[in-house]
Design a binder for this molecule. Structure first.
Ligand code: PEP
Ligand code: CO
Length: 460
């Protein structure tokens, strides 16, 4: 196995060895957004067990992703990162996982054409179970209970039993991640992801008269795929794809327990996912999240919202990537459509002028959330697209690289985001609103987004 996948054999990773490698320094820092575990003994039992289980990903795979992200930072590839706001254990079914993978692959085909470069595919999948919350508690009808912090901590039902943080859920998160990744690996390596089939699925989408505006690009892609087939193109790159896993590294008990030393280099990697990011609410320079991720060698990201300053961006880059290794650090800008054209340029220019290696992604979802008149937490499709457009404009003006797209999506036909060609309106949200946290693009809206972003990419 170690010959096939570098870094897949384990050296013995002990607490002492990890402490020597420096990964416990975060324990001395202020830590935000953690649950209050009622039973420390049960927590230790769970994390001790997690320290024994096999890694979910291998250091060698994370290294490959770092190289791909470096290419995206140079404009030689484009990143597509997508998936649920919060994955739910009970929804980790074969059908739903397949639909999500299918959606990401369909989008990737369209974007590959638009960017004329490889598309690096990352799921917010197989570990996206921990959510930051604005309050530690939630009150309904005079009853106050702990806030829902994601399936890795507690469950959504508003009862004392389900909302009490339960460390057994850390183990559940590991096992559900493992089964999700198993399916991802099978689907992406086993023929399901063949470019020619994925393209055929897209033809079904664009045949719908409502999507006639995408017909030209769809038929251009069709010609390109047919040309390749006629020219005898039948190489492995057509038949398999790489789909990397990623999630917000929020719950540090879990991330620390899945950290292992790489057998080749002896360096620590967080083996819960290929790529980990720090959220907008936990990106303090001296906070525990930044400290922890500064010590693992995965490629990592930081979300930057409209209050981030150029000094913040440069200080984060210095702390998280002191050796300025390309692909190590991704900034995910989530400014809001109304802010992106003003708030992003100073950050992009400061990073450019300092010669700091950063891959820039746009998250056009998290700065554009509002509550509709009927009371649903939602976003508007055209506003999401406007933030993406602004992101491209800013990079084109600064002479820097718009490296990719980070979106919340599902492969199912939910009604959570308003607009799109299907014109979901406020009344339509109730039809199939399923998310427990943030509203996601549905399958059609995701493909539509891909066509529109492909257009932005072809305009370069
Ligand atoms: C998220 O990605 O679901 C999230 C909470 O984002 P942010 O940290 O940007 O608010
Ligand atoms: Co979200």
């Amino acid at each position: 196995m170690s010959d096939a996948v570098p870094g897949s054999d384990s050296v013995v990773t002990t607490d002492a060895a990890l402490a020597t490698a420096g990964v416990d320094s975060y324990l001395a820092c202020e830590v935000k957004q953690q649950p209050t575990w009622p039973d420390p003994v049960a927590l230790k039992r769970a994390t001790d067990r997690l320290k024994q289980v096999p890694p979910l990903v291998f250091a060698g795979e994370a290294d490959v992703l770092r190289e791909h992200l470096a290419a995206a930072g140079r404009g030689e590839a484009f990143v597509l990162q997508g998936g649920d706001c919060a994955e739910i254990f009970s929804e980790a079914t074969a059908d739903r996982i397949r639909n999500k993978i299918k959606t990401i692959l369909q989008m990737a085909v369209v974007l590959t054409y638009g960017a004329s470069t490889p598309v690096i595919k990352m799921g917010r999948m197989a570990g996206q179970y921990a959510k930051p919350r604005s309050s530690d508690t939630e009150t309904r009808d005079g009853v106050t209970l702990p806030a829902y912090r994601g399936d890795i901590v507690n469950s959504f039902a508003f009862t004392e039993e389900s909302r009490t943080p339960n460390p057994d859920r850390l183990l559940d998160a590991y096992h559900v991640s493992a089964s999700t990744l198993n399916l991802i690996r099978a689907f992406t390596q086993g023929g399901f992801a063949d470019l020619r089939s994925v393209h055929a699925w897209n033809k079904g989408f664009s045949a719908n008269p409502a999507y006639a505006k995408y017909e030209q690009m769809a038929s251009e892609i069709d010609r390109a795929v047919r040309f390749m087939a006629a020219a005898g193109g039948d190489f492995d790159a057509l038949k398999t794809v790489e789909l990397f896993s990623s999630h917000e590294a929020l719950l540090l008990d879990y991330e620390r327990a899945l950290t292992r030393l790489d057998s080749r280099s002896g360096l620590p990697y967080d083996c819960s996912a290929h790529f980990l990011w720090i959220g907008e609410r936990t990106r303090e320079l001296d906070g525990a999240h930044v400290e922890f991720l500064s010590k693992v060698h995965n490629p990592i990201g930081v979300k930057l919202g409209p209050t981030a300053t150029p000094a913040d961006a440069l200080a984060l880059a210095h702390r998280l990537n002191p050796e300025n290794i390309a692909g190590r650090l991704t900034f995910v800008a989530r400014m809001g459509a109304g802010n992106v054209r003003d708030a992003l340029p100073p950050l992009v220019e400061a990073v450019r002028d300092a010669g700091v290696a950063v891959t820039w992604l746009t998250d056009p979802m998290h700065g554009n959330t509002f509550t509709s008149d009927s009371g649903y937490k939602t976003r508007r499709f055209d506003v999401i697209l406007d933030e993406v457009t602004g992101f491209f404009e800013v990079h084109r003006a600064a002479g820097t690289v718009p490296g990719g797209l980070h979106v919340e999506l599902t492969g199912d036909d939910v009604t959570e985001v308003m607009g799109g060609t299907e014109e979901i309106d406020d009344n339509g949200l109730a039809f199939r609103y399923e998310t427990k946290v943030d509203p996601r693009l549905n399958h059609q809206q995701s493909l539509e987004m891909a066509f529109l972003v492909a257009e932005l990419l072809t305009k370069k």
